[in-house]
Design a protein around this ligand. Structure first.
Ligand SMILES: O=C(O)CCC(=O)C(=O)O
Ligand SMILES: [Fe+2]
Length: 286
């Protein structure tokens, strides 16, 4: 069977890649992820804040910050090699039909307080809260996907423990909301956005190592329950041919620290040097 990942991603906005990571890779990322999370709870090297002060939090970013690896540099090397793993990048290259640039890493985890079904949303609503303008943005993005047959990025969510905590409405990245979807997503100050009645929603069961990706302008949500362990590593990439603007996710000036890439595989070094080359100008300006 030929699975055309690119076609599937362009047309449905979601893909499932079973066994993207090997069991051995999952075991290592589980350990490294847990180490990063425990450090983050005490003191995030990004801002010096204690993550535990937000016990309802469900995500941390930038696991590749060297501040997490004092005395354990080899774990950072393992993570960097995984981000640039030929199998992972092969899948992403296939989705893009283009060479790949790194964007960021995230770890999703279950909250310690405040269990909730997440809110149905499109990520476009965060930057563009006015629904009329948001509609234009989503429809413009859909037009670009249809005419260029390409996307500007992908977020590979790799389960490190079994999970069914992401939901998506396939095809919704290529169109605006139906009235019913819009009601659930936005009506009355998003009062109903935690609804479990979203028409056409699909949930994916992921075993450790399975990857799922969805287009963030489509309708989606995560589910966040204190009693359901979640550890999902998200690897985010852009195509070389896309235009990328500096933002929080690619703002990673620590990559310029002397020796940051020491000990990684040659292909990992080349991969991160491409990322550094693209963004170092924006990092220097601060
Ligand atoms: O928890 C998830 O899988 C979804 C997260 C999400 O929607 C987001 O980061 O925008
Ligand atoms: Fe989202």
């Amino acid at each position: 069977m030929l699975v055309d990942l690119r076609k599937q991603y362009l047309e449905t906005g979601c893909i499932f890649v079973p066994g993207l990571l090997t069991p051995a890779q999952v075991e290592r990322m589980r350990l490294i992820g847990e180490h990063v999370l425990s450090q983050w709870r005490v003191r995030s090297p990004e801002d010096g804040k204690a993550g535990i002060d937000q016990p309802g939090a469900i995500v941390l970013r930038h696991l590749n910050h060297p501040g997490y690896y004092a005395g354990r540099r080899e774990w950072l090397v393992e993570l960097l090699d995984l981000i640039a793993d030929p199998r992972v990048l092969g899948v992403v290259r296939e989705i893009f039909d283009d060479e790949v640039v790194f964007r960021c890493t995230s770890l999703f985890f279950n909250p310690l307080t405040n269990s909730r079904e997440g809110n149905w949303h499109r990520d476009s609503q965060f930057g563009t809260p006015d629904p009329l303008r948001e509609r234009e943005q989503v429809e413009r993005s859909a037009e670009v996907i249809r005419t260029t047959r390409s996307v500007g990025g992908v977020q590979m969510q790799v389960a490190l423990v079994p999970t069914e905590d992401s939901e998506y409405v396939p095809g919704s990245h290529l169109r605006w909301d139906t009235p019913e979807e819009n009601y659930i997503r936005l009506a009355e100050g998003q009062k109903y956005s935690g609804s479990s009645l979203m028409p056409g929603a699909v949930k994916t069961h992921q075993e450790p190592g399975d990857a799922a990706a969805f287009h963030a302008f489509g309708l989606h949500r995560g589910r966040y329950h204190t009693d359901k362990c979640r550890r999902t590593l998200m690897l985010t990439y852009n195509p070389v041919g896309s235009t990328t603007t500096p933002d929080y996710f690619n703002d990673q000036p620590w990559c310029l620290e002397p020796g940051y890439l020491d000990g990684v595989k040659p292909e990992t070094k080349e991969f991160f040097e491409r990322f550094i080359e693209r963004f170092r100008g924006s990092w220097k300006k601060g």
